[in-house]
Every structure is written in structure tokens, then in C-alpha cells.
Design a protein around this ligand. Sequence first.
Ligand code: AN7
Length: 356
Amino acid sequence: MQLTRKGLWSGIIREYRDFLPAISDEAVTTLLEGNTPLVETTNLKHIFGNLRLLLKFEGLNPTGSFKDRGMTMAVSKAREEGSRAVICASTGNTSASAAAYAAKAGMKAYVLVPDGGIALGKLSQAMMHGAMVLQIKGNFDDALNIVKEVTKSYPVKMVNSINPFRIEGQKTGAFEVCEHLGFAPTFHFLPVGNAGNITAYWRGYREYHKQGIISNLPKMMGFQAEGAAPIVLGHPVADPHTVATAIKIGNPASWEGALKAKEESGGVIDLVTDEEIIEAYRLLASMEGVFCEPASAASVAGAIKMKKEGILNDGDTVVCTLTGHGLKDPDTAMNSSPKPTKVPADLKKILKVMGF
Ligand code: AN7
């Protein structure tokens, strides 16, 4: 056996150089994001029948979410331009990713998050990576407005998905799905918060289609949480609420991009309830061994809803992006599971509880 393996993954900027804006090699800041698995579901036939349902598990990126694909681009570009600091508003994952990539680049990160509104794992990441964490008495939309004001006048680079390099990086998720399958799926389901990712995936699919790499295009299926569904309602939501804190966003920055993805692909932007989100979240963890965070499960909750409505059929290939890892949000995991059983350290009693 040879000691050195050929073809080790080098991160999305280097792997997809031909499809991304040029970045000088010295500025490339990577934690080897991308190359995430497309896991085939095997135990959900009672719900999905004979269609193929695959999970693009973005929770396996370096900081545990899809944001790393965009952040490697945004931070590398900021570094190339000579920026010393980055800033973002975040429901959690963007702040974790920005903090990690800024640390890798030797840059300062400022992250604005809703006070009390982000999952514990994400907050701990931003803190550990050395970002200045500003918890604001307001929601994500308030935080984003402040970030926009700051970047107008001060030397800090915005790394929210308004930064065009973020969307460019995130489109590589669609490239990988096509490469894994050998074709594009019939449907692609995504959770929708700020709507950057659905915009990015649609761009990725369209680019591969234009290059003749794939011959079909998927219908893009975006799902918001019921209490935070501005695109579905057609107007911003002033006080969004949902258990899926990652997508608790009332005025998405890439609203137009989501509508375009839906219209051009013949897909939908729809909503799922918190109950449907938690049900899908538990189903994936308990039946498929895949632990994603609540917001991520909105994609699968959407697929279940569409299957019930007769939109999905046997023979379809359906991909759901699971945007973040379940470990991000231990509180919701604990609150949605049966409590552990407390037993004395006594063999007989333990065997009895085990049912033997
Ligand atoms: C797990 O981190 O907006 O529709 O500030 O963390 O592209 O916004 C997170 C969004 C889905 C929604 N799933 O994606 C942030 C932030 C997870 C997320 C979304 C987010 P977009």
C-alpha cells in the first residue's frame, strides 16, 4: 500500500477554480470545506415510496454548516483586497463560519447576533474563534441593518450573503450534487432564511447546465418556517418566530433570488410548521442516523408535505440540503427527545429497565 493518497480534497476555491471568480493563491483561506456526502435514505419508504431521497449533509463542513462554502470565498477575497476585519449579522451559523475563517486569515471578526436568539453551539464557536460577539437587543433583521450602516463608513468587510462572493462559493453545493448523482435531481429542497442558499444552488445548477455538464434542471423547492415566512406571505414579517432559529428572518436579503429560482425552475416557495420541522428533525436522526439542526429539517419537512400533496412521484430523484449539524443546537435536541433513564449502578435493576 502507498502512504500518500492521490487526489485529496483541497477546498472549494481550488477544486472549482474554473467556475469561481479568480483569487490569488496567497489569499486563499480554506479549512477544506465542501466535498460533503450525499447520503441516500433507506428507511423512509413508508413516507416516500419508491422515489430516491438523498440528503446533502452540509453539517459536515468544517464549522458544521454550508456557510463555509461562501465564507472561504468572502474571507479570501477580503484578504486579497487588504481588509483587516470582517463583520456580519447572523442567526448563528454565519457568525461561527466568519469567526473561524477570519481566525485562519489572521483577521478580526465582528459578529452581531440577536441576544438569546442563537443556538448554543454556534455562539460557542464564535466565542472560541475569537470574534467580538455583539449580542443586540433586536432580531436578525435589525442586526443586518446595523451591519450595512457600519460597512458604509468603516473599514470592515461585510461577509453576509449580500457579499456576492458568498453566493458564488455556495453554488458549489449544486456542483457536488450533480457530480455525485451523475445528473441533476428532479427536485431540490432547501430551507429558506435570508434566501442566499437557494439563490446560490440555482445559479450552480444553471451554470452546469449552460456548460452542458448536466442536461436537466431541478425544480427548486424552498421552505420557510410558518412564523417566519415573508416570501410566502409576500411581505416582510416584523416579528418572526420559529423553533428553527437559523431561519428566523423577517426580511430576506436575497428575496428576489429565491423568487427567480422558484419561477425559472417551476418550483415552489412554501412553508412548514414548527411541528413539521421537529417531526422531520427527529425522523432523520432516529431513522436515518443523520443529525441535522432544526432549520435544516425544514427541507425534509417540505419534501414530506409535497409528497403528501402528490407533487413528488415514484422514480423522482429528490435531494434535500441539510444545511447545519444537529450538535449546533443541543437545547432543541434535548427538548425534543425523551429524557435519559436514571438508574442505580446495579446490574439487576439495569437489566430490568433494559427489558431483559
Ligand atoms: C442551518 O447564519 O442566516 O436562506 O446568519 O443557518 O441562505 O439564509 C443562517 C441561515 C438554513 C438559511 N439553514 O439559509 C445566519 C443565517 C441553516 C442556516 C439557513 C441558515 P439562507
